[in-house]
Design a protein around this ligand. Structure first.
Ligand SMILES: Cc1cc2nc3c(=O)[nH]c(=O)nc-3n(C[C@H](O)[C@H](O)[C@H](O)COP(=O)(O)OP(=O)(O)OC[C@H]3O[C@@H](n4cnc5c(N)ncnc54)[C@H](O)[C@@H]3O)c2cc1C
Length: 551
């Protein structure tokens, strides 16, 4: 990591008191909370790999690609020069470099190719990408999460599984059999109803074999439209059904999927999101007819998990920038990091980031352990949406405060803060927006009470560690009383659950002072609402020392 000070001599004045550029930071090596979660998991065997990945993420090259891929937006080319419909999306070369870097590092495949710890290693890479570009994490995530669905249909798995897990990026728009590796997308949302996918009107007509259909209709959102195939939903004879729709038909002609336009988005700029229509597009059924939601929900669990890891990573990236700035900027004769109001704020942001990290990686362990441990499977069912709801909701506020730590320059595009800020809300909106996720948790608790028992057992392992944690656990239990279990209370239920769970996990996985700082500042009945008002003086030195990127 460089601490080189720029030597700038201008005619009118000398530039002083500006932080040196934060270059060649390894966001893995300086993230104690992440390292501890990796060390405590089966992914410890990947610690060196993750450190090498972190070094690349922080390198000037990957940082440059990230800026360029966001500054040069994807461009939609509907027709070729002769007027033929081609429906292609053109990306800046830096986008392709980022895709090649991520897929080549096995970000989408390691979970399915490693004997153990692969989901956690995947999550760690998704998290670390927060320090570079999160836009490419959308195709990384959908490709990762598609595997369980592709495997449901042996005809699909035979052709697509090895290509999906090849760890190769092949950007060519050619049929899958000619490619070294593929990416997969997911298109569920229609105009008349996104969360309510049962209102989908796209129709599927059986055309041959047992699993071949043609789909006609539209999708209002389809991210990464250059993917080689999409998991999608359409109405078949027996009801809403899941399908796999490749970009090319088996006879080698282009499938009839038209991109109508690209979305002009607030953030997530390097990633293309589109509106698409299909007319008699060839697709193969995945799962039974009429079981579309049941089938695709497994993929959605995977992408929700990635939203959590991604948001925790964005939080950590913003925090790192704030810590760096505060260390090098002097105000009123002292460095910012020495000013007690700023120390209070930084400590608070650190606590939030630690809590997000510990929760995200506890979910990751569930993904790794679920196949062999039924209680981990039950816990996964419940804490995936809880973590998705809470961590993704906490991210934008933290990024904004980290931006404010910089003063005016944090609002300027010269720093990564505006990009992080624009990116931060989307993880809460897609893959089930806040209310939908909260209602999903409510439903799981009501319909699958065994998941709640496992969750409570996980939380209560930390009972007695802190009086405010005990209070938070009791509050969460109160929310489980039948009279409280209503849709109107769903957000309150999930918030209480997330806070108790984060407190308990910090007790189990983190240094005492981190857990105590969390309980003192988050779980008290008189807890402050804004960051920096949480009375964390006694913890500030240790928290800041632990999180500081400079060692
Ligand atoms: C950048 C971006 C990329 C996307 N990419 C894709 C993609 O690749 N594939 C894809 O399929 N989709 C994609 N989406 C769509 C996204 O998943 C949906 O926008 C999201 O699921 C919400 O659906 P909706 O927009 O139809 O909103 P609605 O379903 O109309 O929901 C609007 C609001 O109402 C709330 N709400 C819904 N139901 C209830 C209820 N019962 N009670 C109380 N409140 C409720 C929701 O939480 C939300 O806040 C993308 C979205 C964005 C922003």
């Amino acid at each position: 990591m460089s601490t080189r000070l720029p030597q700038t001599q201008l005619a009118t004045h000398v530039v002083t008191n500006q932080p040196p550029p934060l270059e060649n930071l390894n966001p893995f090596d300086c993230d104690q909370a992440l390292i501890e979660m990796i060390d405590a998991s089966d992914a410890v065997v990947f610690a060196e790999k993750l450190s090498a990945f972190g070094a690349q993420v922080g390198s000037a090259e990957v940082q440059r690609w990230s800026v360029q891929a966001n500054d040069n937006l994807p461009r939609f080319t509907p027709y070729d020069r002769y007027g033929h419909r081609i429906d292609e999306v053109e990306f800046h070369p830096s986008y392709h470099e980022l895709m090649d870097f991520g897929l080549g590092s096995q970000i989408s495949s390691i979970a399915w190719t490693a004997p153990r710890g692969g989901h956690t290693a995947h999550a760690a890479m998704m998290y670390l990408m927060g320090h570079a570009d999160s836009g490419v994490c959308c195709p990384f995530s959908m490709t990762y999460a598609s595997l369980p669905l592709l495997r449901l249909n042996p005809n699909i798995a035979r052709q697509w599984e090895s290509l999906t897990t090849s760890g190769r990026y092949d950007a060519r728009f050619v049929p899958a059999p000619e490619k070294d590796g593929v990416t997969i997308g997911m298109a569920m949302t229609e105009k008349q109803g996104g969360s309510d996918v049962r209102s989908n009107t796209t129709r599927a007509t059986r055309v041959g074999g047992v699993d071949e259909y043609e789909l006609t209709g539209h999708k209002w959102f389809c991210s990464a439209p250059m993917s080689d195939g999409f998991l999608t939903l359409a109405q078949a004879e027996a009801g809403l059904t899941c399908f796999f729709m490749p970009r090319w038909r088996p006879d080698g002609t282009r499938n009839t999927i038209q991109i109508m336009r690209l979305k002009d988005k607030l953030g997530d700029r390097s990633n293309a999101s589109s509106e698409i229509e299909f007319q008699d597009a060839w697709a193969q059924r995945v799962g039974d007819e009429g079981r579309g939601v049941r089938t695709i929900i497994e993929m959605v669990q995977g992408t929700r998990f990635d939203c959590t890891a991604g948001s925790a990573g964005i939080m950590r990236a913003a925090l790192t920038q704030a810590l760096w700035h505060a260390t090098h900027r002097r105000v009123f004769q002292k460095r910012l990091v020495e000013q007690s109001a700023m120390r209070q704020l930084l400590a608070d942001l650190i606590v939030e980031s630690e809590a997000a990290t510990v929760l995200a990686f506890r979910v990751a362990s569930c993904f790794d352990n679920a196949t062999t441990d039924s209680s981990e499977e039950a816990l996964k069912r419940l804490i995936t949406p809880v973590a998705k709801y809470w961590v993704c909701k906490r991210a934008p506020g933290l990024v904004y405060e980290a931006m404010e730590c910089h003063g005016g320059v944090g609002y300027v595009e010269d720093t990564p803060l505006p990009r992080l800020f624009r990116q931060a809300p989307v993880n809460s909106i897609w893959e089930g927006s806040g209310n939908v996720i909260a209602l999903d948790v409510l439903r799981a608790i009501m319909k699958e009470p065994e998941t709640t028992d496992v969750l409570l057992a996980t939380i209560e392992r930390s009972s007695g560690a802190h009086p405010d944690l005990d209070r938070a656990i009791n509050l969460f239990k109160d929310s489980l009383l039948p009279a409280e279990m209503s849709e109107a209370n769903a957000r309150a239920l999930v918030e209480r659950c997330a806070l108790a769970l984060q407190g308990a996990l910090l007790v189990q996985h983190s240094p005492d002072y981190v857990a105590e700082a969390f309980c003192d500042s988050r779980l008290r009945s008189d807890r402050a609402l804004a960051y920096g008002a949480g009375k964390l003086e006694k913890f500030a030195s240790r928290l800041i020392g632990r999180a500081m990127p400079e060692r």
